[in-house]
Structures are given as C-alpha cells and as structure tokens.
Design a protein around this ligand. Structure first.
Ligand SMILES: [Zn+2]
Length: 206
C-alpha cells in the first residue's frame, strides 16, 4: 500500500491503482481491487453481534423433539448432549458438544478478540493473530459439520422403531449462527492486523 501497488484478491497480480484513490479493476482477471475490504471492521462486528445474539435462542430453544408412542420430549443442544452422555454414548456427546457449543462460541470470541486488538492498534503477536484468523476461516468451511452431526444423531435415533424425531426451532437459529460467523470471518480483512505495525514503522522511520 505504501508503495502504491495493489494486490488482486483473485489472481494476486500486483498492479497500480486506476487513478488516485480509485483502485479500479484487475487488468488480468477483472476482479475488483481494494486497498482494504470496505468497512471490514464494522461489517464483521455487525455480523458477529448478530451471531452472538442468535447463539442464545440456538442454545435455549429445543433442536429436537423426540416422539414415542406414549410421550414427547424436547431437547436443547445441551440437554441432548447430557442425554447422549447418560445413555452411554459419550464419544457422540463429546462430538456434539464440541461441534455445536464450543466451536461456534470459540469462533465468536476469537473473532471479537482479533477485532478489538485491531481497533486498539495492537502490534503484538501479529503472527499469532493472523494464524488465529486463518484457523477461524478454515473452521468456517467445515461449520456445517455441526448441522451434519445433529442430523446424524437424528438418524441414529430414527433407527429405533416406534420413535420419531422432529427438528425444533433452535435448529434455525443454530444454522443462522453458523452462517453469520462464516460471513463475519469473510468480511474481515486480515491485512488490517498488520496495518498498525506498518504505521508504527513509518513514524519510527520518519
Ligand atoms: Zn486479478
């Protein structure tokens, strides 16, 4: 950025901006060039806060309603985990706990931490923070695993006869959390992590 050169997000070609203050488009692949993703911090915060809010009903509302001939019980994610643990399938309980409770919460907390540190102009642990961001993005690709695990559990329960399982309203909130955290990670610009370092280097050099 200091050298007045842009990197194409699509093909990584280095180019000069079309005009002063106007990045323009990549001459090779036509992708829109940006010094930094527009409103990255605001957008990521907005999506993250929305995800954090929806995380509450996702955990409080039932995700599964199990019907037997005589009774019908509704389970939230956590009570489902406890049920799995009680019935002896603790590996499955652990998978659901990690995939459905810990990972979404970890993603929200980790992204918030990266955002706060960028806004405070922190220059410490840039590498670690970049690595943390990469991990969040990587997990994002596998986020639907949570939903997959839940449906897998449903399928297992369905195997026992005279029993049926219906998804509860919590599932909708849960999927919204997954999608929102994915978009939040996407709208963040990891280059922002290094900006404070660069600025400090410039003032030190001057
Ligand atoms: Zn390009």
């Amino acid at each position: 950025m200091r050298a007045g050169i842009l990197c194409c997000p699509g093909c990584t070609l280095l180019t000069r901006p079309a005009a002063r203050g106007v990045p323009g488009y990549c001459p090779r692949c036509g992708a829109r060039l940006e010094w930094r993703r527009a409103h990255a911090i605001q957008r990521t915060w907005a999506l993250l806060i929305a995800a954090a809010i929806l995380y509450v009903p996702a955990n409080l509302l039932p995700v599964l309603t199990t019907n037997t001939l005589t009774s019908s019980t509704s389970d939230t994610i956590l009570s489902g985990v406890l049920l799995l643990y009680d019935t002896g399938s603790w590996p499955l309980a652990l998978i659901v706990l990690v995939a459905s409770v810990l990972i979404p919460m970890g993603k929200i907390l980790a992204l918030s931490y990266v955002l706060v540190s960028v806004q405070r102009g922190s220059v410490d642990g840039n590498r670690q923070r970049t690595r943390l961001y990469r991990t969040i993005e990587f997990i994002g690709r596998w986020s639907m695993l949570d939903v997959f695990v839940d449906t897998f559990v449903v399928a297992l329960v369905q195997l026992s006869p005279l029993m049926s399982v219906d998804p509860g309203p919590g599932v909708v909130y849960f999927m919204a959390v997954v999608v929102l955290t994915m978009f939040a990670a996407r709208s963040f610009d990891p280059r922002l992590i290094w900006d404070a370092d660069d600025e400090r280097g410039l003032t030190r050099g001057a």
